[in-house]
Design a protein around this ligand. Structure first.
Ligand SMILES: Cc1cc2nc3c(=O)[nH]c(=O)nc-3n(C[C@H](O)[C@H](O)[C@H](O)COP(=O)(O)OP(=O)(O)OC[C@H]3O[C@@H](n4cnc5c(N)ncnc54)[C@H](O)[C@@H]3O)c2cc1C
Length: 366
């Protein structure tokens, strides 16, 4: 199939942000996604203040989507706990709500969507059930690599994602209103935040070895963690075992695409993967989508390498800070000191949180 305009592979936050900007400029983008409808991607569901600004640039507001307003961070490590204000209000929003809103906005702006599971990219041709070619290729398949454009996976003990959603309850609402909680474990963490419908999204990023230690069973791992960490166990209310448990394997944290060829733009998780503890993956996805569109509109397909370099430069500092924070947060010897520091030094947590955001001077919203 030959499409006159740009082809965007993947209609998640990165692909849709890009499609909105391109469609508004009359560039007639075509989104290819393996699913006809937006699903509920595995994610912490924490939308940072910076991500919210990226959304506003696309005329979407978390508030209008009913998102839960979050103003404080609460950290748990063992029996210790520390609280800190966020640098600015953030939001708890399900991916179902966010991805649907972005898709609708892209289609309303004039983008088209076709259902296609892209299996391979070869010489700027996307191959699935059919072969697709466009004026440029924008790779936004997120967590999933396509043949021909793999992201290297070098970590000996990589991170895995697990997620479950708990029904609304008076206790969860009392404990979590206005809060993002991070429960730190040896080798990982769990983030908990309320979403627009009052459910609590519990998302863990843990080392593969932790899961192996639980016999490869995510449910057994949760039971173990709940037993070992009382504060985390308190959040897992009776009956949690009935909630569906989603998982994603081998997340290549710290991957950055530093170069590309003319005609191929890499967006979102296919461009840079920030440790999820930072809660900025969606911000990078939304920013990269808009930046790629601006480069494509300004310089055509030939602008891909310049875009990729600009994005890599902007993503590098927050990724480095997030990786350092992750290393500290996963180490049980350091966790008590880190929590004490957050307690004693006012502004320390805010500074760290601010340093893990992506800033792009080219974007009016950055
Ligand atoms: C455990 C964990 C917790 C996280 N928590 C947070 C958080 O709280 N806050 C935050 O900001 N970020 C978080 N992130 C990061 C965030 O989820 C990602 O950075 C973000 O989803 C990237 O957006 P994307 O558009 O690049 O990809 P995705 O959101 O993965 O979207 C990709 C799209 O491409 C489609 N697709 C995939 N493969 C193909 C194919 N072969 N053919 C066609 N279509 C395809 C999919 O259906 C999907 O629509 C977390 C990540 C993990 C692993």
């Amino acid at each position: 199939m030959r499409h006159q305009g740009p082809l965007i592979l993947g209609a998640g936050p990165a692909g849709c942000a890009c499609a909105i900007v391109l469609a508004r400029a009359g560039a007639r983008p075509l989104l290819l996604d393996r699913h006809a409808d937006a699903g509920d991607a595995l994610c912490g569901g924490f939308l940072s203040w910076r991500s919210a600004r990226q959304l506003q640039a696309l005329d979407l507001s978390p508030e209008a989507l009913g998102a839960h307003r979050v103003t404080r961070l609460r950290l748990f490590a063992g029996r210790r706990r520390a609280d800190a204000p966020l640098p600015a209000p953030a939001w708890g929003l399900s991916r179902y709500a966010l991805d649907n809103a972005l898709r609708q906005r892209a289609l309303a702006a004039g983008a088209d969507l076709a259902v296609e599971h892209v299996r391979e990219v070869e010489r700027l041709m996307a191959r699935g059930r059919r072969d697709w070619q466009g004026s440029a290729l924008l790779l936004a398949t997120g967590k999933h690599d396509v043949r021909g454009l793999p992201r290297p996976r070098t970590a000996s003990d990589p991170a895995l994602g697990l997620r479950l959603r708990l029904s609304p309850s008076a206790t969860l609402s009392r404990e979590l209103t206005g809060m993002i909680e991070l429960h730190l474990f040896k080798g990982g963490y769990a983030g908990i935040v309320l979403q627009e419908d009052g459910t609590a999204n519990i998302c863990l990023a843990v080392r593969k070895s932790l899961l192996a230690g639980a016999g490869g069973s995510p449910a057994r791992l949760l039971e173990q963690l709940a037993r070992q960490h009382r504060n985390f166990g308190d959040r897992l209310e009776a009956g949690w075992q009935a909630a569906p448990l989603d998982s994603v394997g081998s997340v290549p944290y710290r991957f950055i695409a530093r170069e590309t060829v003319p005609g191929l733009f890499r967006l979102g998780d296919q461009a840079a993967v920030i440790p999820s503890l930072a809660g900025e993956g969606m911000g990078i996805a939304l920013a990269s989508g808009q930046l790629a569109a601006q480069h494509l509109l300004g310089g055509g397909a030939a602008a891909a390498p310049a875009y990729q370099t600009a994005l890599a430069r902007a993503a590098c500092p927050p990724l480095a800070v997030a990786a350092a924070a992750r290393a500290l947060a996963e180490n049980p010897l350091v966790q008590p000191l880190a929590l004490a520091a957050v307690h004693i030094v006012p502004g320390l947590a805010e500074l760290l949180m601010a340093r893990t955001r992506i800033a792009l001077p080219h974007l009016s919203c950055a």
